[in-house]
Ligand binder design. Structure first.
Ligand code: HEM
Ligand SMILES: *[C@@H]1O[C@H](CO)[C@@H](O)[C@H](O)[C@H]1NC(C)=O
Ligand SMILES: *[C@@H]1O[C@H](CO)[C@@H](O)[C@H](O)[C@H]1NC(C)=O
Ligand SMILES: *[C@@H]1O[C@H](CO)[C@@H](O)[C@H](O)[C@H]1NC(C)=O
Ligand SMILES: *[C@@H]1O[C@H](CO)[C@@H](O)[C@H](O)[C@H]1NC(C)=O
Ligand SMILES: *[C@@H]1O[C@H](CO)[C@@H](O)[C@H](O)[C@H]1NC(C)=O
Ligand SMILES: *[C@@H]1O[C@H](CO)[C@@H](O)[C@H](O)[C@H]1NC(C)=O
Length: 415
């Protein structure tokens, strides 16, 4: 009789254990895949802009992260033509949107060979401007530019202005180009008015290798140090330390009191790093009032709230044999899983927004794959222990070794 119920309890435990494993694998493998969908990518990009009723495909595209601007392009390496679709938002109706290439050594406004588009009295217009040091005054007049322009078109829908520009690169010209863009409130007599001068409006600068899609933001960009810190703290906190803490809780149970302290230590460290990262994110948000990344911000705030609740869960933990301990466990697991899913997803949204060099994204994907493989190995090892233990017969209480499966009830007796 007693043997039967012990057997049933073990089966129940194994079932729960399988569910937990499934959850872990889902989190580690699918959270990035879900977020992946929004990636600035190369391969084939359908742009959000339908130009002239046709949805053109480009080989590369990227979110420029300033003033809601995006860039999509196709570089024909045979005849060295570059077709670019730049799309931006004018600050108000009647405003202008400009994009250009600075042939100088650095991305900067002065010297940019720009295309500026706006709704003129005679219709949607795109013109070329050799942007000189505008502090000299005298307005910005339409001039020829040094780029070999094959084609330029404009499409204006409300305040969204898109321009499709085709240029011929010189035979010996590098494919690494300094992109410069901005927007302003009005245009009079084909002369665009000055743009605003806050941090966002002076950040339309990016160097991109059009052949590989690799972009290198110049170190001089405002808040770049803070952005890097934000990325590193969040990735390490939510994306590496917290998942490791979950693995510790699942697979180090054979070292009985120790696993609990390791788990708590890792989760508190991850939480601390994550909260520091969250705080830098809030500061970044304050600095760039104009741009709000709604999804990234909302997930970040939700994540912070849930993890605070999770920390309190630890303090309000009922005793192991208490009636509501079961409910507490479900609550603890589901909050933990939500934190991992939201955290890892938000890291990938963050990669899209900050668009650091591709190697960082790849490195983090590597870490996740590593954690998934580690999980599988630990799982196999702990099952092996369980079967061996069964074969050998029950060891006396306290002498158990093995992973999650070797502990009959799965919880420490006294915590
Ligand atoms: C319409 C006349 C324009 C005026 C009067 C003007 C004026 C200025 C001034 C005075 C600055 C320096 C601000 C500072 O250092 O604090 C600046 C920076 C900047 N402008 Fe313009 N600008 C004009 C057009 C444009 C256009 C058409 C673009 C892009 C296509 C552009 C993009 C930029 C960028 C990216 C910066 C920051 C980087 C840098 O200083 O080189 N501007 N602008
Ligand atoms: C990605 O998003 C697009 C719409 O934005 C949707 O049509 C597509 O099915 C999504 N793909 C995946 C794999 O989720
Ligand atoms: C739109 O497409 C039509 C037909 O393909 C073409 O004649 C027209 O010039 C295009 N307009 C623009 C602005 O690209
Ligand atoms: C560039 O090459 C493509 C084929 O690869 C051709 O269709 C296009 O007309 C060429 N453009 C120029 C400007 O020669
Ligand atoms: C409007 O007039 C300007 C100046 O003559 C010209 O450059 C531009 O192409 C015109 N725009 C349209 C849509 O015809
Ligand atoms: C652009 O303006 C600069 C400074 O006025 C001048 O040196 C340069 O030759 C101009 N470029 C073109 C293509 O007009
Ligand atoms: C490209 O070649 C032309 C003449 O062949 C030369 O004048 C120009 O300086 C070269 N540009 C670069 C970036 O090497």
């Amino acid at each position: 009789m007693e043997g039967r119920s012990a057997h049933a309890a073990e089966r129940r435990f194994q079932l729960r254990s399988c569910l937990e494993l499934l959850l872990l694998v889902v989190v580690l493998l699918f959270a990035p895949a879900i977020a992946q969908n929004t990636t600035a990518s190369s391969g084939s990009c359908a742009t959000a802009v339908t130009f002239n009723n046709t949805n053109k495909l480009f080989t590369s595209c990227t979110n420029l992260n300033v003033q809601s601007a995006t860039l999509a392009w196709t570089l024909d390496s045979m005849n060295r033509t570059l077709e670019v679709l730049f799309s931006g938002q004018a600050p108000q109706s009647g405003g202008w949107v400009g994009w250009g290439i600075n042939p100088g050594p650095q991305p900067a406004m002065a010297g940019t060979q720009a295309f500026i588009a706006f709704a003129a009295s005679n219709g949607s217009t795109i013109l070329t401007y050799n942007v000189t040091d505008a502090s000299k005054g005298g307005g910005l007049k339409c001039t020829p530019i040094s780029l070999h322009v094959l084609d330029m078109r404009v499409q204006i829908v409300g305040n969204s202005i898109a321009m499709l520009v085709k240029i011929q690169l010189q035979p010996n010209q590098s494919t690494v180009l300094n992109h410069v863009w901005n927007r302003g409130p009005s245009v009079s007599d084909f002369q665009p008015s000055a743009h605003a001068f806050d941090a966002t409006d002076l950040s339309g600068l990016r160097t991109i290798d059009m052949a590989s899609g690799e972009s290198s933001s110049s170190a001089a960009l405002p808040h770049q140090v803070l952005k890097n810190r934000h990325g590193v703290l969040n990735t390490v906190g939510w994306g590496i330390v917290l998942p490791c803490g979950v693995l510790a809780a699942r697979y180090l149970r054979f070292a009985d009191p120790a696993w609990f302290y390791i788990h708590v230590f890792l989760q508190l460290s991850g939480f601390t790093l994550g909260v520091a990262g969250w705080a830098t994110g809030m500061r970044l948000g304050d600095y760039s009032k104009g741009i709000v990344h709604h999804k990234h911000r909302s997930i970040g705030i939700t994540l912070f709230a849930i993890s605070i609740v999770q920390v309190f869960a630890l303090l309000l933990r009922p005793k192991k044999d208490h009636k509501i301990r079961k409910a507490w466990n479900i609550y603890h697991y589901s909050l933990g899983a939500s934190i991992l899913i939201l955290g890892i997803s938000n890291i990938f949204y963050g990669f899209d927004i900050l668009s650091p060099q591709k190697k960082w994204r790849r490195a983090y994907i590597g870490v996740l794959i590593g954690l998934a493989i580690l999980t599988l190995c630990l799982e196999v090892v702990s099952w092996a222990y369980t079967f061996r233990k069964k074969a050998v017969g029950r060891k006396p209480e306290g002498a158990q070794i093995g992973g999650a499966h070797s502990i009959t009830n799965g919880y420490r007796q006294d915590v």
